[in-house]
Design a protein around this ligand. Structure first.
Ligand SMILES: [Zn+2]
Length: 104
């Protein structure tokens, strides 16, 4: 039985390898970006994966794969819902910053 720490380390290696493989297959992918359906940020296509119709960046793939491996989430939809609060918080902070700028 593997510890959580071992599973996380293993997933980090697997997901990083996906990114390296993508770059080896197509070095131009480094300059290609997309908007991640999970974190909402503009990320590099390398190491991204499409799950259930959602395209996830390499960082979110790591979250998803670790979540699946540890049995914390069962679907990508669940992961997106879990991240949504943080996503909203970032958006809220961004809006606050914009308001400050307008008032000055
Ligand atoms: Zn992402």
């Amino acid at each position: 039985m593997k510890s959580e720490h071992e599973i996380i380390q293993e997933m980090q290696e697997v997901v990083e390898q996906m990114r390296i493989d993508d770059i080896e297959d197509n070095p131009d992918i480094i300059d290609e970006t997309f908007d991640c359906d999970c974190c909402g940020e503009t990320k590099c296509l390398a190491g991204s994966i499409e799950y259930e119709g959602y395209r996830l960046c390499n960082d979110c793939v790591l979250l998803a794969e670790t979540g699946f491996a540890l049995g914390k989430i069962k679907s990508v939809t669940e992961l997106i819902e879990a991240i949504e609060d943080k996503h909203l918080e970032q958006l809220a902070n961004f809006i606050k910053e914009e308001e400050k700028r307008e008032n000055n």
